[in-house]
Ligand binder design. Sequence first.
Ligand SMILES: [Zn+2]
Length: 403
Amino acid sequence: MRVLLSFGAILIFGAALIAAQSGPTVPPPDPVPDITTLIGRLSLDRYKATIKGLTQFGDRRQGTERNRKAVDWIEAQLKSYGCTPERVKYTYTAPPPAAPGARPQAPRDPGAVERTQGGGRPRGNRTRTGVNTDPMRQPDEKLRALNSEPASDGPREEVFCTKVGSKFPNEMYIIGAHMDGHGWGEAANDDGSGTALVMELARIFSMPDVVTERTIRFALWNNEETGLNGARAYVEQRQALQGKEDPPGSGRYPEPKWLGMIQHDMMMFDHGAPRADGTVSPDQRPEADVNIEFQSTAKMAEGAMKLAFFFHGANERYATDYPAQVGPHMTNTDSTPFMDLVPAISLRENERGVHVGSGWDPHWHQPTDVFVTFSDRDFMLGLNAAQTTGGAVAELTGTTLKK
Ligand SMILES: [Zn+2]
């Protein structure tokens, strides 16, 4: 045991050293005992309860009272975990609707390989996707009424909380998910599943015996569905504050230097491709996995790729049920505004462009994205992503438990 513990300490030191120098490279081969204990504090019941809590605010569409109430509720939960919340404020004005035919699509070269958003190549059966805007497709009258207030332009707020590093409070990893949704459901999977994941990690990292050498920030973005506006506002407002001690001599860093950004968006549903008739299996597929993506065209692609494979290793060390795979097509989520500035990755149930974009998740932006749609096998995939991110970030920030 003693040998194991000191070996664990060496691994943590090694991971921290690697992170400080050149980004993560060779992951340690074995789990670190303290981190295994910490990740064991996550549970399927708690994860489900947090998603359930989020669904009381319906689809949490930005620019509505139900969205503002959800921000307040998230903030209260973070506070109850001992993670002091702060808010980012910005204004959102919806762009005018494009006139029909205003942007004609260029004719596609019939010889070119088709690419989806993010750069992947779609294959196999594909179905239509889109955002439901018809309230009558929501059969639950109570939920339909809850979701009825339309979005209006104006001030917006989003919440984050921070675990301050003991040795390097001036450096941090950002863990994020978006709390807004749409489509006349409960946004249970998109993105209650990612929001609950980030909140659950905030809970366990805020426990009084947990020490991290580096800082971790837990961010619940708003306005993702309108074009990543909440994450963009964060980058615009805070990018230039990185690493500055304020006030000077205080040892406090309102915006530690960004070491990496990890986004979580749609975490639960990996039932495979549509069949020839357009239907999708009602069951989580046996080979379901967590998709870790970086974007190969990003300025920080090389660091992001290393970070992605570090997460792949952490999945093998700390995730109990489902494996992970790495791909180069990260797109359409809140890690995009970060990806040219800092290594940025996303974790998802499937690849966003090729899989989700081809109809692999029939509940995406639909009235059926409600809590009762999902089975424990689905929720468990989200929990495994939490174990993956929790384990990876614990190693990267040099996490130990006070004895
Ligand atoms: Zn989403």
